[in-house]
Design a protein around this ligand. Structure first.
Ligand code: UDP
Length: 235
């Protein structure tokens, strides 16, 4: 096992599967099964999940809604996704805790770093909901922040493409994939890995990022074992 403690970032959209909105139960189950494989290996797993399958603050603002109000709605959406994922993980026999950046003690613990790391040491999967708890941020930034706080070895960005390309592989058949990149190369080539706030935070704290295809069976385990899957961004 190459990475002992990981922060897995899943987008809300990933949970939609082939649907247009909301949560696809089969996709949820498949993710739980993938996560179980690495938990069974003794890997400590923390997860940040997005909310884009339900609500994004920017989309609300584009229709005239107050941005801050919309961002809080987006943060609550991530808690809904976190609860759904928690249920699927528990159904798969994994012990979990959900910690929220916005306090809601009926459904989640408040985010407390010491508690989170203790849960991880005990083999529980910790899901961080409500992003950073602040508007104008994204769950990529929340993922990076939490990864640094809990001392994760790496941030694993599970997507539906198998890494970082020089152009959008879903639009351009000639797009070329990078196996690894330095942070400086990402800036120089103007590649989209995460939003700039999240990316800079990773860079400044020397936290490597791996972008990989989470929908391919066994991929998460391969990444944790150190196989060259996806694209690694490091120093
Ligand atoms: N959000 C926020 N602060 C945070 C994290 C998220 O305001 O720290 C809001 C923001 O409106 C965002 C929404 O929650 O659009 C859902 O998160 P995100 O877009 O990152 O989800 P993803 O694209 O990963 O599904």
């Amino acid at each position: 096992m190459k990475y002992k403690r990981i922060l897995l970032k899943l987008s809300g959209e990933a949970l939609m599967g082939n649907r247009q909105y909301g949560i696809d139960n089969d996709r949820l189950k498949a993710y739980a099964a993938e996560i179980k494989k690495v938990v069974d290996m003794g890997c400590e797993v923390a997860i940040v999940i997005g909310g884009g399958n339900i609500f994004r603050g920017l989309a609300g603002a584009a229709k005239g809604m107050d941005r801050v109000q919309g961002d809080y709605m987006g943060m609550l959406a991530t808690v809904i996704n976190g609860m759904a994922l928690q249920g699927a993980l528990e159904d798969a026999g994994i012990h979990t805790r959900l910690q929220s950046a916005i306090e809601m003690d009926k459904v989640a613990e408040p985010f407390i770093k010491r508690k989170a790391t203790r849960h991880l040491e005990k083999g529980r999967v910790v899901i961080f909901g409500a992003g950073t708890g602040n508007p104008y941020f994204t769950t990529d930034t929340a993922a990076t922040l939490r990864a640094i706080e809990i001392g994760a070895d790496v941030i694993l960005k599970g997507t539906r493409v198998d890494g970082i390309y020089d152009s959008d592989p879903e639009k351009n058949a000639d797009a070329v994939k990078f196996n690894s990149l330095t942070f400086d190369e990402v800036y120089a080539k103007d590649l989209k890995v995460m939003d700039m706030t999240a990316f800079t935070l990773s860079h400044e704290n020397k936290l490597p990022i791996i972008v990989f295809d989470m929908n391919r069976e066994g991929n998460l385990k391969r990444v944790v074992e150190g196989e060259k899957v996806g694209t690694l961004v490091g120093l």
